[in-house]
Design a protein. Structure first.
Length: 271
C-alpha cells in the first residue's frame, strides 16, 4: 500500500476514534449532570418536601431543578450516535419531568384550598399519575456502558428513585416497602462514603466533607425506625386528622439538616 494512503487511512481512523471518544465523554458528563439535578438536594428532594410542607420555596427550587434536568435531556438529544433505546429513554424522562412540573401547580392549588395534608396528597394522587418506573428505567439505560467513580455512584444511590426518594415516600405514603428500600440504599451509600474516605484519607478537606456526609446519612437511617413508630397510629386508622398529625409530627421531629451533606457532595464533585 502507498505510504501516503496508509498514513491517511490511519489518521482518518484516529480522528474518528477521537471524535467517538468525545461524544461518549459528552454523553457521560450530561448523564451525570442529569442524575445530579434530579436527585438528592435537587429536584425530587424539593418536590417531596413541597408535598409534605407546602412552603413555596420548595416549589420554586423543585421547578428550577426540573427545568435544569430538562435542559440536560435536550442536550443529550444532540449527542451523536444515540441508540433507539436511548432516544426512547430520553422521551420517557422528558415526559416524566413535565409531569412533575405540572404536578407542582396541582399541589399549589391543593394547598390553597386545604390545610389538610391528606387532602393535598389525595388531590395530587387523583389528578397526577407520574410513572416513575419509566424514568428510573430510562436513567438505567443512559448510565449503561459507562464507568462511574464512587462519588457519582453515591449521588446516584442517594437520589431519584433511590434513598431520599424512598425515605420521603415512606413518610408520605406510609408503605413499609419504602422504608426497607431506603434503609438498604442508605446502607449502600454509607459503604461508598467509607470507600471514598479511605481513598481520600490524605486529603483533609475531603475527609471532613465525607465525615459530614456520613453524619447526615446516619441521621436519615436512624430516623427510619423512629419514623415507623411515629407513623404507626396513622396506619391503624382512616382518620384524616390522625394521619395529618402523625405525618407532620414525624416530619418535624425527624427533620434532618441536609446542608453539611449538600456542601460535602458539592466539594467532592468540584462544584
Amino acid at each position: 500500500m502507498n505510504v501516503k494512503v496508509w498514513l491517511g487511512a490511519m489518521l482518518l481512523c484516529l480522528a474518528t476514534s477521537v471524535t467517538s471518544i468525545g461524544y461518549a465523554a459528552d454523553k457521560r458528563a450530561l448523564v451525570a449532570d442529569l442524575v445530579f439535578e434530579l436527585g438528592y438536594g435537587r429536584a425530587i428532594h424539593h418536590f417531596k418536601d413541597y408535598v409534605l410542607r407546602g412552603e413555596d420555596d420548595y416549589r420554586l427550587q423543585a421547578r428550577k431543578y426540573f427545568v435544569s434536568a430538562r435542559e440536560k435531556v435536550a442536550a443529550l438529544r444532540q449527542v451523536k450516535n444515540l441508540t433507539e433505546k436511548e432516544i426512547a429513554a430520553l422521551d420517557d424522562l422528558d415526559g416524566v419531568i413535565q409531569s412533575y412540573l405540572g404536578a407542582l401547580s396541582t399541589i399549589q392549588s391543593a394547598y390553597r384550598h386545604s390545610r389538610g395534608l391528606v387532602q393535598v396528597l389525595t388531590t395530587t394522587d387523583d389528578r397526577v399519575h407520574i410513572d416513575d418506573a419509566s424514568a428510573i428505567d430510562a436513567i438505567a439505560v443512559l448510565r449503561q456502558g459507562h464507568r462511574w467513580h464512587r462519588v457519582e455512584k453515591l449521588v446516584f444511590v442517594l437520589g431519584y428513585g433511590s434513598a431520599i426518594y424512598n425515605f420521603k415516600n415512606y413518610l408520605i405514603r406510609r408503605d413499609e416497602q419504602y422504608r426497607k428500600w431506603a434503609d438498604a440504599q442508605f446502607e449502600e451509600a454509607l459503604q461508598l462514603v467509607a470507600e471514598i474516605r479511605w481513598r481520600e484519607r490524605k486529603n483533609p478537606p475531603k475527609v471532613k466533607a465525607l465525615e459530614n456526609i456520613k453524619s447526615v446519612l446516619e441521621a436519615y437511617r436512624a430516623a427510619l425506625p423512629l419514623m415507623a413508630r411515629t407513623l404507626k397510629p396513622s396506619m391503624e386508622t382512616s382518620s384524616n386528622i390522625v394521619v395529618n398529625i402523625a405525618v407532620r409530627g414525624a416530619d418535624r421531629a425527624l427533620k434532618v439538616d441536609d446542608k453539611p451533606a449538600f456542601d460535602g457532595i458539592a466539594l467532592l464533585l468540584g462544584r
